[in-house]
Design a protein around this ligand. Structure first.
Ligand code: T46
Length: 134
């Protein structure tokens, strides 16, 4: 019963003539936030990711610009998401290989379920695929 990635829309307060506040509270997320980080100034020639995580779950948001996520699960099913709205997040379950491309002005905000732990990374695609048979 592996979880699948999906988009979620945050509660938004405001109006076109006032501006907006988008809110992410633990009670509205599939996990409790243990870490936040943000990624910015990524050259368009650079693709990030190229790894999966054993346990980490995340919600990622393009708070500015546009970001493409290509996700692949251990069954080899690929899903592509285009993020470009600051009130929309992408839930990424554990065990999804990711490749990420950014527009030059993109800022990615990540809400993460665990603190940073290099031991949680799977950085070899063949190792990731081999885990499908376990
Ligand atoms: C994902 C995308 C959106 C830390 O020391 N602490 C941290 O919290 C993070 C995220 C990274 N680092 C160090 C570890 C590496 O030496 O920064 C270096 C690059 O990290 P990483 O390979 O994780 O970078 P990305 O941008 O390829 O991937 C990260 C997340 O790992 C990943 O799950 O979805 O951002």
């Amino acid at each position: 019963n592996a979880q699948k990635p999906y988009l979620l829309t945050f509660d938004t307060i405001g109006a076109p003539d006032l501006g907006y506040i988008a809110v992410a509270e633990n009670s509205a997320l599939p996990f409790q936030i243990k870490r936040t980080y943000w990624i910015y100034c990524t050259p368009e020639t650079v693709a990030r990711g190229h790894h999966a995580h054993h346990e980490l779950q995340q919600v990622v948001i393009a708070v500015h610009g546009s970001i493409e996520f290509v996700l692949e699960n251990v069954a080899g099913e690929k899903t592509i998401f285009h993020l470009e709205k600051p009130n929309v997040g992408l839930f990424i379950p554990e065990m999804h290989w990711r490749t990420i491309n950014f527009s030059h002005d993109a800022v990615l905000l990540c809400l993460a379920s665990t603190e940073y732990n290099e031991a949680d990374y799977i950085r070899d695609f063949e190792v990731f695929q081999a885990l499908a048979n376990q």
